[in-house]
Design a protein around this ligand. Sequence first.
Ligand code: F6R
Length: 618
Amino acid sequence: MCGIVGFTGPVGGVDALDVVMEGLRRMEYRGYDSAGIVVQADGALHTRKKAGKLANLDEALSLDPLPLGVTGVGHTRWATHGGPTDANAHPHCSADGRLAVVHNGIIENYASLRAQLTDQGVVFLSETDTEVAAHLIGRAYDELGDLTEAMRVVCHQLQGAFTLLAVHADAPGTVVGARRNSPLVVGRGEGANYLGSDVAAFIEHTRDAIELGQDQVVTITAESIDVIDFAGAPAVTKEYHVDWDASAAEKGGYPTFMAKEIDEQPRAVADTLLGRTNAAGHLVLDELRIDESVLRAVDKIVVIACGTASYAGQVAKYAIEHWCRVPTEVELASEFRYRDPVVDEKTLVVAISQSGETMDTLMAVRHAREQGAKVIAICNTHGSTIPREADAVLYTHAGPEVAVASTKSFLTQITACYLLGLYLAQLRGNKYEDEVRDILAQLARIPAQIQRVLDSMGLVRALARQMADARVVLFLGRHVGFPVAMEGALKLKELAYIHAEGFAAGELKHGPIALIEQGLPVFVVVPSPRGRDSLHSKVVSNIQEIRARGARTIVIAEEGDDDVRPYADTLIQVPRTPTLLAPLVTTVPLQVFACELALAKGHDVDQPRNLAKSVTVE
Ligand code: F6R
């Protein structure tokens, strides 16, 4: 996730370059693939930006130093629109170079704004959505002569999620910021003020912070902080004192990256859904540069992935087959090329990988392409190898995942799979546009539902602490609940080092039921009774069967499902969702359970033993 720093101090005070670079270093933990800085000095703006790590920017600055200045803005970029190159790195400038902008988030309507500006003769120097904001704010400033007003007016034109900071050569000592659905905090210093994506950006200088509300614009000078809303009225803000140490600040005050990443899931899913529709509300996946006729001719889809990503693929299979009526297989990438798979020009291969570097998946992609298949990558990391080698890519917008075990990647991979399934269904005529729009509207409600699950996790945490001594835990699910059960088991293995297995509930009677003994904890992910009633009642029977044999049943069911109540030793309720979308909410209690249980056992949940974040060997 991008990191943003803004600083302005008194004339003759500390060099803005030092403060901004230090802030960027403190935010390195957020992950980034390029960085840049702008400093105001001598009535002009001076920028340096470089792809890669901050060391590259340091080198550029030492080769070509910036003049001393007391006002500056910096940015670490996690690529979304356009790869991680020098040109795409922030800041971006207006045509006359007098205004510079850095940005975190996604400007959903950037394509139409860019087209309008291009028609008016604006030449773009990057592939980013941000550059649109730079030109618009620059032009607004020329008209209004006031940076705060220019920012406020332009924010009305932007859709999506954004934090923007702007400086103008003609407004010395001033930094203006704005936020919508993306974080921005203000640091109140003594004779100097700060802006940051989070308090880590300025914690070395001040612990007095102001949280900006939604749709607010802030203007800082060395002596003042003024906040207004997008309508221009003075805004109410919340001041607080930060008492975290610097390392906790990097985790946004959370004890672990994993806890933070689990909590970020509503935002991550919402961001993955952003910018996928055109002005008429139709689903458009501009990134998929595969000819529509090729996608129409596809007669088989094969999803290849490893671990958690493969469970996202399992969910995709249910959705894609139901929506598109195309046979869909899910194959572990490590097995794919060794079994001589039947793949040809009419096969669409979907490779899911958070890192984009997993060697098993990469090898499977190469094999599929050699057989003539088209490959779409679903990936979270711009510029990584798998999207580079695939024919097309659909990026998840989870932001960097630091904890080794996947959490927010899983939910965003599932979300991207839904988008792909709906797009294919629309393109191939299996669903009308209004049907697709209805499902998109249901998906848009999911982030708030995930938030409700997160807000009600007290019971799950208490259960996890009670169960810290468990030696074996089983997970059962059916339909889309089956991959959720497997993911729940994988999380528990990885984080708590407990033997855990996920089964399809219907398979229970074919063997695994022999494992059930007195007190054995069994999680059951129950399908909605509003989906296939017979499926629901079969799972309820499964719960009765295992309970009759002594299992301790922990049941995840939707609110209002009273049939399960008599058989649940613990009932975890989740909001009602359409059947196929349920994994986005039912997975969350299992992540929280595994994380909490592992913490109760004293484990390092961010770096479990023996595991690596990117598995770059076969
Ligand atoms: C589990 C986990 C792994 C990854 C797998 C694939 O928590 O993180 O199972 O899902 O190694 O990694 P990517 O998605 O980077 O290809």
